[in-house]
Design a protein around this ligand. Structure first.
Ligand SMILES: [Zn+2]
Ligand SMILES: [Zn+2]
Length: 395
């Protein structure tokens, strides 16, 4: 077996160059045509024939297929490529100047996936099946993965397994260059709900002649929290946050309507369905018991990120071989944040792992989505090496 670690380290300057170019030219959401063109150029430059690259998937997504010489199944290596509407303040020589910023390291994810492609293209003879490199826009708005799936990115060839990573500072108590894994639920679903409580407005001095939606809201807020505290198994993580409440126009008027808006985050698919049903039931019953009416709009966001155990064990094996056992660690607890890689993992078994890419010794202590967020480029070979090693060994 070739020394994937040395090969990935050798191309680090190239990985850094890709990262810096993408970093300097951030694009948002589904509107990523320049990044798309740059990725296609990079793939062609390393020897991918144009016929193996498909662009414009789900907007400006790219997929490239590397066919191995040995028959087998298809692994997808997925990277996201979009940036954030943040004015960069890192002071880096390649800082973006267009008002947007790669403040979540998706530039690094794309560069690491390109690095894996560059390593693997020289190993076609040992490669079983094929590798499909998926470059996805609109992760931050959590619509890009679904857009690419709906546009057929998991077909032709059909994807049988998937691997992806997130770098940065997502979990604490890790050292730079280490890998964090999870064998099950790793990140939460992120749904949105909008509740409209309808009553009958009137004078604040005559509540008996009104149906008060503000009182309904007060009772409902308390009842909704009992879904979490009384109905869900306490060891099953769940969040229900009401982030917006709006009703009323003056201190002495009982309004006709009050609106509550919030988010539900869970790690379990059955819990997710149960919480939605109970929000509907409790909302309607609370409103009706007080003489009012209610409407619930429940908008599902990405599902929870659930890793496949067998795939995760294979990731651990590859990462431990490359980095040593001590540098491959289980994440201590899941995150209640969301990642739209979940849509891929809903369709195919796979694993999403944490690459510790921020280095406090280099002042990289700013959180994700901060205008000074940065990563340690010296670590970028690690993602490429793990992707490449996994691709050569997962089946
Ligand atoms: Zn982000
Ligand atoms: Zn991100």
């Amino acid at each position: 077996m070739a020394n994937i670690k040395d090969e990935a380290k050798r191309i680090l300057p190239q990985i850094v160059e890709w990262r810096r170019h993408i970093h300097a030219h951030p694009e948002l959401g589904l509107e990523t045509p320049e990044t798309e063109a740059y990725i296609v150029k990079a793939l062609e430059g390393m020897g991918f024939p144009s016929s193996s690259i498909k662009k414009g998937i789900g907007g400006h997504g790219v997929a490239a297929v590397l066919q191995g010489d040995i028959p087998g199944q298809t692994l997808a290596i997925r990277a996201d490529l979009d940036a954030l509407p943040i004015k960069e303040e890192t002071g880096l020589s390649f800082a973006a100047t267009n008002g947007n910023m790669h403040a979540c390291a998706h530039d690094a994810h794309t560069a690491m996936a390109l690095g894996a492609a560059k390593v693997l293209i020289n190993h076609r003879r040992e490669l079983k099946g094929s590798v499909k490199f998926i470059f996805q826009p609109a992760e931050e708005t959590v619509i890009g993965a679904k857009a690419m799936i709906d546009d057929g990115v998991l077909e032709n060839p059909k994807v049988n397994a998937l691997i992806a990573l997130h770098t940065g500072l997502l979990w604490k108590d890790f050292s730079v260059g280490q890998i964090g894994y999870s064998r099950g639920g790793m990140m939460a679903s992120a749904d949105r709900f909008l509740i409209t409580l309808k009553g009958k407005g009137g004078h604040g001095a005559t509540p008996h002649l009104t149906v008060d939606p503000i009182s309904m809201a007060g009772q409902l807020i308390c009842r909704l929290q009992t879904i979490l505290s009384r109905e869900i198994n306490p060891v099953d993580p769940a969040v229900l946050t009401i982030g917006r409440i709006a009703g009323g126009s003056a201190y002495n008027i009982i309004p006709g309507e009050c609106i509550l808006e919030g988010t539900v985050r869970v790690l379990d698919v059955a819990t997710r369905k149960m919480v939605e049903e109970r929000i509907r039931e409790l909302t309607v019953s609370t409103a009706e018991s007080m003489g009012g009416e209610a409407m619930v709009e429940y908008t599902p966001g990405p599902p929870p990120v659930i890793n496949n155990e067998a795939m995760t064990n294979k990731l651990i094996a590859s990462a431990a071989l490359l980095l040593g056992n001590d540098n491959v660690r289980e994440i201590p607890e899941p995150s209640m944040g969301a990642e739209d890689v979940a849509y891929f993992l809903e369709q195919v078994p796979g694993t999403f792992f944490f690459h510790v890419g921020s280095n406090p010794d280099k002042g990289q202590t700013y959180p994700h989505h901060n205008s000074r967020f940065d990563i340690d480029e010296e670590t970028l070979w690690i993602g490429s090496a793990i992707f490449a090693h996994f691709a050569l060994n997962w089946q």
